[in-house]
Design a protein around this ligand. Structure first.
Ligand code: ATP
Length: 317
């Protein structure tokens, strides 16, 4: 095979708690991550020249070395120079469907797809955990994106504990096209505003992050209690993003007041807001109601659902 087409799903955060500062400068986090059906398509092709090329249909996504998909390929070339020399370079085509800088791990899932794809293209035989470890050097959400599904993520977000899959919870996503939130800005602002309430002792930091395993939302996930999950949605970053972006707050309030919405929350560092539903019909109805309530062409709305997988091969030639 010298080309692979991969499906790279987005994620939402059902839970995001900021615990404190780590010695490495990152935040200690406790999260529950969930893959959703909204996905990019990544095509990978071996090319005879020994370079990495990226193409993307989205004007805001860079195609140079700053693209996370490029960086994933570069990492593989550096780690496996013999395979790179044997199989040649890689051409990466990103068909972007996931909104950019949206809190949906769009870049991370592209990087994860490149790791999975090059592993196949170069017949490296790396295991899932080896791919996740490589991914953690590219970004905190990359390891989760490899296998996807439903998982607890602690540490920087790279320490994963899989949870039983939650499939067929319907999700409506709302994102203003022209609104992008920098993840770095959101965490930095949170630290400035709430850093004084962080847990300081490093043992307590890890213990508190691990407490998520026995928390009520995890229990609801284990019980497949969709109503219970929706009641316990939580995201600390809402405390800085919602006051700074009144449109996002308004969108969240409009969702919260609609019948059929089990729960609503901002995903990751935003600005995407999601709402959970028991049926596709309810999700589609609320999408129309939100469209009528907020008459702004800039607002993009999607209906999708929770899925049980991360990167998947769609076809190979
Ligand atoms: P996360 O939820 O992991 O914080 P995000 O969804 O908020 O991610 P991304 O869509 O990954 O954010 O984009 C963040 C920035 O990264 C964008 O400003 C974009 O220019 C850059 N970027 C680099 N590579 C990619 C890629 N392959 N896809 C999307 N954005 C990319």
């Amino acid at each position: 095979m010298h080309s692979y087409s991969l499906i790279a799903p987005a994620k939402i955060n059902l839970y995001l708690e900021i615990i404190g500062n780590r010695a490495d400068g990152y935040h200690e986090l406790a999260m529950i991550l969930q893959s959703i059906g909204l996905a990019d398509q990544i095509d990978l092709r071996s090319i005879s020249i020994d370079s990495i090329r990226v193409h993307c249909n989205h004007p805001q996504v860079p195609t140079d070395k700053s693209n996370l998909a490029y960086r994933a390929a570069e990492l593989m070339a550096r780690q496996f120079p013999e395979a790179f020399a044997k199989y040649g370079g890689v051409e990466i085509t990103v068909n972007k469907q996931i909104p950019v800088a949206a809190g949906l791990a769009g870049g991370s899932t592209n990087a994860a797809a490149v790791l999975v794809g090059i592993n196949l293209l170069w017949k490296l035989g790396l295991t899932q955990s080896e791919l996740e470890e490589l991914g953690s050097t590219l970004g905190s959400d990359v390891p989760f994106c490899v296998a996807g599904g439903t998982a607890i993520a602690t540490g920087r977000g790279e320490q994963l504990s899989p949870l039983p899959s939650l499939d067929n919870i319907y999700v409506v996503l709302g994102k203003y096209r022209s609104l992008e939130v920098s993840t770095a800005w959101a965490y930095k602002t949170y630290r400035e505003q709430f850093g004084n309430s962080y847990i300081r002792d490093s043992d307590n930091l890890v213990a508190r992050a691990n407490a998520v395993h026995s928390g009520t939302i995890v229990k609801a996930v284990l019980d497949k209690d969709v109503g219970g999950i929706a009641q316990k949605l939580h995201n600390d970053l809402e405390r800085v993003v919602l006051p700074a972006y009144p449109q996002v707050l308004q969108l969240r309030e409009v969702f919260a007041n609609k019948e059929g919405v089990l729960g609503t929350m901002m995903s990751g560092s935003g600005p995407t807001v999601f709402a959970l539903f028991e049926s596709q019909q309810q999700a589609e109805l609320v999408l129309l109601q939100v469209r009528e309530a907020i008459l702004d062409q800039d607002l993009e709305l999607f209906v999708t659902r929770t899925i049980t997988h991360g990167i998947k091969v769609a076809s190979s030639v």
